[in-house]
Design a protein around this ligand. Structure first.
Ligand code: AMP
Length: 281
């Protein structure tokens, strides 16, 4: 992979990297298509990164669909798939990590201690191996994208971070490899995350600007759905990820919730546009 990356660079080509944990769905493939618009060659990495899973999390049972992933990427004519075995990324004696201070301690980082340290460390390694000029991430993981952008800036990395829209099912559910865990009626219950963001969007359209009342509107939808337990529902500044009191220039409404035994996240981007606020789910 390093040699292919060096060759691409020597020829003045723009290598695009799409890091994934496999179990590919349309969300991942949308990142690949965006990468192909802007870059050549395009590298998709498939690596279920053990260091970003907590000890009681789902690393062992995380869906692995390698053959189907390769077929989907071949169909898109992706140039390279980089799928290293874990011991190549973390050989015995491995002891270095990359930590973005502060941003990784709140929200997902609070509920999943060590998660972002695992993410930034592996992404830094993938960047060093594939040497991308552009790297593509989904807004589905908004906090992750923000942290990686910070890491790239702080460490003078060459990779420009491109954040792509959330791809959803027809019923609004944000696509996720973990949706495969949802059983029976949980599928319908899981749409409560999207529906609560949608309810928030309608409140914003009616003129509501108060974060507390918008959060209450989201919680009301989640609370009405049996089997859905929120981890957090917050509206934060898109830059600092600190809670806001009322809507401002650019913020995220972020939800994490358990649906049965499955933990899902979703979010909406809220941007000021003159006197209006535009909500993108
Ligand atoms: P993962 O395989 O879950 O680590 O995700 C790999 C990349 O795909 C990350 O940048 C995610 O944010 C992105 N991604 C996952 N689901 C979606 C989605 N529904 N829409 C857009 N991007 C997504």
């Amino acid at each position: 992979m390093k040699q292919a990356a060096r060759d691409a660079r020597a020829k003045g080509r723009l290598l695009g990297l799409v890091p994934t944990m496999g179990a590919l769905h349309e969300g991942h493939l949308s990142l690949v298509r965006e990468a192909q618009k802007q870059c050549s060659p395009v590298v998709v990495s498939i690596f279920v990164n053990p260091s970003q899973f907590g000890p009681s999390e789902d690393f062992k049972k995380y869906p692995r669909t390698f053959d189907a992933d390769i077929a989907a990427l071949e169909k898109l004519r992706v140039d390279y798939v980089f799928a290293p075995p874990p011991e190549e990324i973390y050989p015995p004696g491995f002891r270095t990590s990359v930590v973005v201070e502060g941003l990784g301690d709140v929200l997902e980082g609070r509920v999943r201690p060590g998660h972002f340290r695992g993410v930034t460390t592996v992404v830094a390694k993938l960047f060093e191996i594939a040497q991308p000029r552009f790297a593509f991430f989904g807004r589905k993981d908004a906090q992750q994208a923000r942290i990686i952008r910070q890491m790239a800036a702080d460490l003078n990395l060459d990779a420009e971070i491109v954040v792509c829209p959330i791809v959803r099912e027809a019923d609004g559910l944000a696509m996720s490899s973990r949706n495969a865990y949802l059983k029976g009626s949980e599928q319908q219950g899981a749409t409560a995350l999207y529906r609560s963001l949608d309810a928030m969007q309608r409140e914003v359209a009616k003129g509501e600007r108060d974060a507390g009342r918008l959060i209450a509107a989201m919680r009301a939808v989640l609370g009405a759905e049996p089997g859905v337990t929120p981890d957090y529902v917050e509206i934060v500044d898109a830059d600092t990820f600190e809670p806001v009191v009322s809507l401002r220039k650019s913020c995220y409404a972020l939800i994490a919730a358990r649906v049965g035994a499955t933990r899902l996240i979703d979010n909406a981007l809220i941007e000021q546009d003159g006197d209006f606020f535009r909500v993108t789910v």
